[in-house]
Design a protein around this ligand. Structure first.
Ligand SMILES: [Zn+2]
Length: 264
């Protein structure tokens, strides 16, 4: 950016100014000078004013944040949460079993990884009603609100309708945009895998989505056991779901079935 003084000096106008102080940009440490200078022209002609140089980095950051806000908005619109789970956060998850305490610890580790742009992959499995989706929503919210990461929460049972809806004229998004979001999200959450009414088409869809997430962050919740996943989906899909997961990333959530009734 051209400095004001250069513009004036080029035109033979020596700008009266004195250096008041030099501070560092809080954002990038670049030196920013504050001058006292005389105003030339206009209604305040001849007056003295204090002017601090602005750092370009803040503008660049504002542009980036605006882009991310738009992106986040799109991801929020795609992530349709059902009413009962909208209020879920990690703070209001009440564990009543050791595995649920471990599940929270794993959630925090998981968030840390994604927030640092590291690949994180995890599966919460076990019987229904133990708050696996609650944990997933809590992870999504923290990543979005605290770290400005884009997380896409897809309820697998409604995925079929989402894709079909994308084919209609008045849809807000195309199938291509949906798949682009699936691919580009910092985190994809596949919630309730196995509850979708498994057909060759839904299997194909799941396989496509899992392929788009190879070597990227993925969180899966399912009421199926790992062997049931294998039996229902076969080796190809199971392999993609468990890609880059070690034993610690496959977390069986157990506990008292009254969980859902107590909290919602
Ligand atoms: Zn700066």
């Amino acid at each position: 950016m051209k400095k004001l003084s250069d513009i004036f000096e080029k035109r033979g106008l020596a700008l009266e100014r004195e250096l008041v102080k030099v501070e560092k940009c809080q954002n990038c440490d670049k030196e920013l000078k504050t001058f006292r200078m005389q105003i030339i022209g206009g209604s305040r002609n001849g007056e003295w004013a204090t002017v601090t140089e602005e750092c370009d980095c803040i503008l660049a950051q504002q542009v980036l944040e605006a882009v991310n806000r738009t992106k986040l908005k799109f991801f929020r619109e795609l992530s349709i949460l059902n009413q009962s789970i909208k209020q879920a956060t990690l703070e209001n998850y009440i564990p009543n079993h050791e595995s649920q305490i471990i599940a929270i610890k794993k959630a925090i580790e998981f968030i840390e990884k994604v927030s640092k742009n590291k690949q994180a992959r995890m599966i919460y499995y076990g019987e229904s009603g133990l708050g696996k989706s609650h944990l997933a929503v809590g992870i999504e919210k923290l990543l979005e609100d605290k770290f400005y990461k884009t997380a896409l929460f897809l309820e697998v049972p409604t995925l079929k309708q989402m894709v079909k809806a994308s084919w209609t004229k008045d849809s807000n998004y195309s199938e291509l945009e949906l798949m682009k979001a699936v691919s580009e999200a910092d985190l994809l959450i596949l919630d309730d895998v196995g509850a979708e009414g498994i057909t060759p088409w839904t299997k194909e869809l799941l396989f496509t989505i899992l392929n788009l997430r190879l070597s990227k962050s993925l969180l899966v919740t399912t009421n199926l056991s790992l062997s049931e996943i294998y039996m229902e989906y076969g080796p190809k899909i199971t392999d993609r779901i468990l890609e880059n997961m070690s034993k610690q990333d496959m977390l069986k959530v157990e506990g008292n079935q009254s969980y859902r009734l107590k909290n919602f």
